[in-house]
Ligand binder design. Structure first.
Ligand SMILES: [Zn+2]
Length: 124
């Protein structure tokens, strides 16, 4: 990958990182809001169904937040690899990862071949 491409990807990743940080912030606010409304309503509310769905929503939000954090870490890792000059190189076979794949998945560390192999191993 040439310098121009690296610069382009660096910008893409930084933009994406900003979006993810915002999203995580929103989810965290949501979690806090839910927790606050739950503790505030506890003594009044006798609707068990409501409490149940709130808890489920909260769980979903937690899940999204942790997925977001994983993604954020992957993006930061990608930025580090840009600095080191190893971005776009498969960590497994050291082949170049096609630009189109990187555009679709900025944090890709493996080429398609190694990725599908890794997923097969994970599943079995
Ligand atoms: Zn590979």
């Amino acid at each position: 990958m040439n310098k121009k491409d690296l610069q382009r990807f660096k910008k893409l990743i930084e933009d994406e990182r900003r979006r993810v940080v915002q999203r995580i912030g929103m989810i965290e606010e949501e979690i806090q809001g839910m927790a606050a409304s739950q503790s505030g309503n506890q003594s009044y509310s006798n609707h068990m169904a409501d409490i149940g769905s709130d808890a489920m929503e909260q769980e979903q939000a937690f899940l999204h937040a942790s997925q977001g954090t994983d993604y954020l870490m992957a993006l930061e890792d990608a930025l580090r690899r840009i600095e080191k000059g190893t971005y776009g190189i498969c960590e497994e076979c050291e082949e170049k990862i096609p630009v189109r794949r990187l555009e679709a998945f900025l944090a890709a560390r493996l080429c398609i071949k190694c990725q599908s192999k890794a997923e097969r191993l994970q599943r079995s």
